[in-house]
Design a protein around this ligand. Structure first.
Ligand SMILES: [Zn+2]
Ligand SMILES: [Zn+2]
Length: 120
């Protein structure tokens, strides 16, 4: 599958056959450009803005949540949570509110600087 096919199919992915869907997911996993393009598109669809985050991965995983959970830390699909101080944490699913602070994006290694820090 070519990038332009992937992006065109994105508009109507719900109507793909299982084979076409498998090819589509395969392209997303193999092509980081399309994977990131898709993530940015989803963040915007959810009403977020990639430019407000250090990178598209953190934007995607911090914005993603199931319709059933309005509160990010309690949503099982939400892998990254932005804390009120601008730092990013990985919630630890131990039934409480435990979380591990991350300083770099787990997907691309971009440094995650808390918002409001002076640029250096
Ligand atoms: Zn592609
Ligand atoms: Zn990243």
């Amino acid at each position: 599958m070519q990038c332009h096919e992937f992006r065109a199919k994105c508009e109507r992915s719900m109507r793909l056959t299982p084979e076409a869907y498998a090819a589509w997911v395969g392209h997303m996993n193999a092509c980081s450009e399309c994977g990131e393009w898709y993530m940015a598109r989803e963040v915007e669809r959810w009403g977020g803005e990639v430019s407000g985050f250090p990178c598209v991965h953190v934007a995607y995983y911090a914005t993603l949540r199931s319709a059933d959970y309005r509160d990010a830390p309690s949503c099982p699909d939400c892998l990254v949570v932005r804390e009120p101080d601008g730092s990013f944490v990985l919630p630890i699913r131990d039934g409480g509110r435990t979380a591990a602070t991350i300083r770099f994006c787990p997907w691309c290694g971009t440094e995650l600087k808390p918002e409001g820090n002076a640029p250096d």
